[in-house]
Design a protein around this ligand. Structure first.
Ligand code: ZN
Length: 283
């Protein structure tokens, strides 16, 4: 199942068709994605057969520019730092023994095809796999953890490196939370759609040049490991979002360092999901 948010409404995509969830379910499920995640298990079961329905069917292709994040109002947003060995190496730190966790504040979340307003000349890219929670998870085991994940999506964890490094201790949450710094999309794909949801090719390009390329099997803490470990402290809630970390190739670690400039186009791709794209513009 592929779930997108089109003009604020939960929409299931089947091939070229788009089904408005509230209309196609004749009101059984709500239009608002935040409410829909509360009944995720029932919805996911229903959505498998939605392609047979005529109610709520739209045959116009979905306009990518109109998409919002598949979970546009998560109550909790987790970011994981240094979760690929090659990225930890380029950052000059030893791989962590427990996940390095920060938050991206809600106002950073954005649709997958919007412009990125650069607040400074020190904005970096971080292409990431995003996991979206479908069921309250508290103290869940690694073996059970996939059962709490609604689906996977693509994100960018844009980072203002000066703000991130300022202060007596690093300010990850602030440096990564300017408006538009957390685009997610273009849709959520349920785990059953992947041959192996723990091993997906991930790539980030700038103006067509590949700057990051890896596989999610290289994550130090996999999606089920993260769900399990995070859930020992904070119960994860339906619709919550986890940015799982970025592979090597960020601009800060380059010699010379490279940051995003107005006119740059950033495309992030993950196998089995699709791509998201931001055009960078000056403030
Ligand atoms: Zn990141």
């Amino acid at each position: 199942v592929r779930l997108a948010t089109v003009k604020g409404r939960a929409t299931v995509l089947v091939g070229e068709d788009a089904f408005d969830v509230e209309r196609a379910s004749q009101g059984r499920f709500p239009a608002r994605p935040a409410a829909l995640f509360e009944s995720w298990a029932d919805f996911a079961e229903w959505a498998v057969n939605v392609g047979l329905a005529e109610d709520g069917r739209h045959r116009e292709p979905v306009e990518l520019a109109l998409l919002d994040a598949p979970s546009p109002l998560p109550r909790q947003i987790y970011g994981i730092g240094l979760n690929y060995r090659d990225h930890a190496a380029e950052a000059g730190v030893t791989p962590p023994e427990s996940p390095a966790v920060f938050t991206k504040f809600l106002t950073s979340i954005d649709g997958p095809y919007r412009d990125l307003v650069l607040p400074s000349s020190n904005v970096d890219w971080e292409g990431e796999l995003v996991a979206i929670i479908g069921r309250r998870a508290h103290n869940v085991s690694v073996d059970d953890a996939w059962g709490y994940v609604a689906g996977l999506s693509i994100g960018q964890d844009y980072s203002e490196r000066i703000v991130q490094a300022a202060g007596p201790v690093p300010q990850f949450s602030m440096g990564k939370s300017f408006p538009g710094f957390g685009p997610i999309g273009p849709w959520l794909v349920t785990p059953d759609e992947f041959a192996d949801p723990d091993d997906l090719a991930i790539e980030c390009t700038i103006n067509g040049e590949t700057v990051q390329k890896s596989r999610t099997s290289n994550l130090i803490f996999s999606v089920p490991e993260l769900v399990s470990r995070l859930s020992t402290v904070t119960p994860l809630l339906p619709g919550d979002v986890i940015f799982t970390g970025t592979p090597a190739g960020v601009g800060w670690a380059r010699k010379p360092q490279r940051y995003l400039r107005p006119g740059d186009v950033v495309v992030t791709r993950i196998e089995g999901i699709g791509a998201i794209k931001q055009g960078c513009i000056a403030r």
